[in-house]
Design a protein around this ligand. Sequence first.
Ligand code: TYD
Ligand code: MG
Length: 457
Amino acid sequence: MSKKKKTIFICQECGYESIRWMGKCTNCNSWNSFIEEVKQPKEQRGIGASTTQKSTKPLKINEIVSEKEPRITTSMREFNRVLGGGIVPGSLVLIGGDPGIGKSTLLLQTSAQIADKKLTVLYISGEESMQQTKLRAERLAINTDKLYVLSETNMHQIIHQIEEVKPDFVVIDSIQTMFKEEVTSAPGSVTQVRESTMELMKIAKSSAIPIFIVGHVTKEGAIAGPRMLEHMVDVVLYFEGERHHTYRILRTVKNRFGSTNEMGIFEMKELGLQEVMNPSEIFLEERSGGAAGSTVVASMEGTRPVLVEIQALISPSSFGNPRRMATGVDSNRVPLLMAVLEKRVGLMLQNQDAYIKVAGGVKLDEPAIDLAIAISIASSFRDQPTNPEDIFIGEVGLTGEIRRVSRIEQRVQEAAKLGFKRVICSENNLDGWTVPAGIKVVGVKTVQEALKLGLGE
Ligand code: TYD
Ligand code: MG
């Protein structure tokens, strides 16, 4: 009797399975994302199936011996910090980003740095030939004996080579190019990506080899295809940046071994990526002090404070619907803050266009930047510059009150380090820490008070 091949339709965005084709995924609402794939025969699961295997018994948590293996560190401190202090043995790390942003460059550089530490590295590319990788390595001035390069897309070959080479670190350049023969779907489909990742996870966990996987991103910016890929791996990193800027930001989205929202900053140079140790200086470099509509905020990026300039341009709207545009900050906060300024301070903003921008192409997403946005808007609206030596930190509530933010001490220290003279923040933030020398901290209760101080009237 011949077994009938069963096919199912799988949403390439979220992995949702359906027996029928659908135009719109009922799970994640994406359009036209279903592709027919052959259903993989499931291995026998369930209660009966595992009785032949050796079962593990639960242990008391105090009885479990923790194995503290040293992390592998690279010579790029930014990279290590993003990972929470280096690469954990046996971890599976996914790194996503737009094409051409520098993922392959970053991983080839890190591979070389690890190889320089006398560890064996296997760099597997499914996208470039060995010659292409060699050309890139020459450009990056890589000269090391322990770095192996393989151009391969077949998972069986890859596993075989990992067993042969016995590397201490593996890079898979783009999971979307990898395939397993017994899976009939095309490379890059949800099933292939899932099966290949499973395979890599097994290797990583059983042999304690850390594996870095490159993942492509979709137009919307999520890692292509399967959201579940993010659930399977230990760490998810995004490599971002604007094409026209040379700065690149490596951001943690998930980290089983460290804090998320950590951020590392790199600059793409002629000779590859270089880490940026003092991001605040760079973000403030092009600032023209004394311009109306510009303020500086100290925002926390993970465990590190970064000073960034927030710019606003407010101009009378020539059409019925005023425009509100924001890059680098949550665009919903802008109309909200404008409404607060209108209602609580009396600024007539309703028929004004508003453009808000974070200079340098960074994205900020904590409420502590509210006050700086509000001051920038008021400053541009009144065409009155703020004092270039002032910093504004605070969350703005709907009644116009300024709320406390976390880690004020670190933020103020960073501001003092870069020569700022005065910090304006919530009154509730004043107690319980010491103000560093050379800087004054002024507490305010409301947006009005902050405006009076900032714009001096
Ligand atoms: P790449 O690492 O190939 O990107 P990804 O793997 O994310 O697709 O990066 C390619 C870009 O980086 C390309 O536009 C050229 C630029 N680049 C440099 O500016 N300097 C360099 O030393 C290298 C290797 C690349
Ligand atoms: Mg690449």
